[in-house]
Design a protein around this ligand. Sequence first.
Ligand SMILES: Nc1ncnc2c1ncn2[C@@H]1O[C@H](COP(=O)(O)OP(=O)(O)OP(=O)(O)O)[C@@H](O)[C@H]1O
Length: 680
Amino acid sequence: MDKINPDWAKDIPCRNITIYGYCKKENEGCPFKHGDNATASAVNDASPLLEIGEATTPTMAAVPKFNAKVSASFTPMTVGSDSAATATATTSATTKANVSVTIADTSGAASTVNPMVNPAVSGTLLNSNNNSSNISISIPTTASSSNYDPFNAPIFTPSSTSSIHTNTNASSFPFPPITNSSGMNINANDDSNSNMSMANNVPPSMQPPTMESNNLKYPSIYPPPHSLLQYHLYAPEQPSSLKSLLRPNERSADQLFIPNNIREDLTKKNLSILQVFPSSGKVIPSIVQDYFNLVPLNFNNNDFLNKTTLFKVFSNYDGKPYVLKRLPNIDKSMNPNKISKIYQIWSKVNCTNLIKFRDIFQTTKFGDLSICLIFDYYPNALSLYDYHFVNFPKFPITMNYLWIYLVQLTNVINSIHSQNLKIGNTLNWRKVFITGDPGRIKLSHCNFMDLLFNDDTDTVASSSGSTMERLQQLDYKYLGLLLFNLSMSIDNSNNNSTPRECRLDEITLQSIDDLKQIDDKFKDTLKYLLFDDDDDEKKSIHGLTSHFFDKMFMVLESSQTYTEYMESVLSRELENGRLFRLINKLNCIFGRIESRIDINWSESGTKFPIILFYDYIFHQVDSTGKPIMDLTHVLRCLNKLDAGIQEKLMLVTPDELNCIIISYKELKDLIDSTFRSITQ
Ligand SMILES: Nc1ncnc2c1ncn2[C@@H]1O[C@H](COP(=O)(O)OP(=O)(O)OP(=O)(O)O)[C@@H](O)[C@H]1O
């Protein structure tokens, strides 16, 4: 009792009077409100009024008696909230004989009674239609929700926050009108001009913006940085000095969740996948064949219509993101067989270090005849060049990176050559993309574009023997050149000078020997790749790997270690998912408006332990009444509840007058049955 603050207790109706009609401790210092304003008399006062319409449904009269939420035990009130509370609390609203409480009157304004809950009462009151009768009925509620009627509330319609995406304001649209090389105004491109047939399957395109200014600024990245989401909403990791203070059995919060760097990385990737572009449907078409939501990837390319362009797109077929590479201004006389041949040949190549080629088709959607190639999309992929020399933070090239790249690119060569195909000069540091850790790379695409524009495609594609062999031998040189260029910048990529890029004919044996900080084994591999053998022996995967087979174990090991690390991180999130479902379950059953007038949720009701348990998990306070945020306590309780163990716990009402001893198993059963009853 000594912990109860008499200041706030004096306005709270005594629970004993609510339940028993009297309080035996009234004269022994019980700090709660007794006497003239007591709830019991309030109920008695209310009863005759109810009789006006013979609406003496016991539910209404009994409501204040058993409403657990209004009980002093678990409706903490602050001093500051006194006035608001008295406006709505049972006692103040109902004890004055002529007090006026608005209730479903003709204006229908602010009702404190939900007619859905008690149609008899509402019908009577609505029919009486007499404002001067000052009918006083009040369902005790908490101050905050007193005027909320969930059954009569207007349907909630969230307002769209996507205005930035659909903004058709000319000044925000980054592209001026563009004419293609043949002088054709692309803005005049009509949908009927297209050969695609999806128009009915997707939403109509947005209206084109009116172009008022030709001096539009091109943002260098999209979306502009100020519109990026904040990823740092979680607390940053503790400094390591603090971490060391933990005992071996203790964990800090960040050790329980996915590490910040991985979370940020994945969130950024998600953002890139979901990013949309304010397309006019004219300069960049809204839909191309089975693909929609085109977002330019090589954004600095201003001449969108005349150059090869890359877009991130979504497939209308499987909903996944892909990359669409458009080759503009195709000769109309091109043999369509070439296109199907390319698809047949290249779609068969499967290699984890090669970006998968998915589809190819012709379209007039861009105002010309274009060929579109579809590849898998890897969000935030950066070319080796950008990763090591351009983007911030720059990652300096190390010997380990070189070995990892060598092993993965050897894997690509092996896959492609085994299909009797070649890579070509796309094997360079601008076309090899970093897609993840540790140093995971993918070759963007091979030079099969040559096949499209080469007249003797059939010969090249099917060439066996000498032609293809010669081209394949060249692939080893391209690989050597890429690695040589990277080796020249080893440990130098942090300075801001542009890295030197050699041509094949510039490299000599001496230049390889002169490479600093490169180990001899790697130099031998470079010599093997870049120079022909004295015996004119052909290069092969077997010959190449014999130079660094031991390094393949190192790559295997790092890859496996990383996989295991990611698996352990994933398993942490697995637990979070389970607990999240449990919290959802608890929240679904706890605090429902209808439970306020349900006898089962009152202090003597069967569901009352759920209320106390909820407070026990989430609303702990210390001896001075200060809230305690103890994540470990929450996790421990939730886990025990989830497991339904036999351990018993004591739940105490906030006034410390009552307590319940109950096991987690009983609580679990109670929560489960309550949840089932509301979901059935
Ligand atoms: N499959 C992909 N997944 C994710 N991003 C990609 C993919 N392909 C390319 N990109 C992104 O697009 C950028 C440009 O790629 P790329 O150099 O192949 O296009 P390009 O400039 O049109 O090439 P080019 O005109 O030389 O053929 C890359 O730096 C990369 O960030």
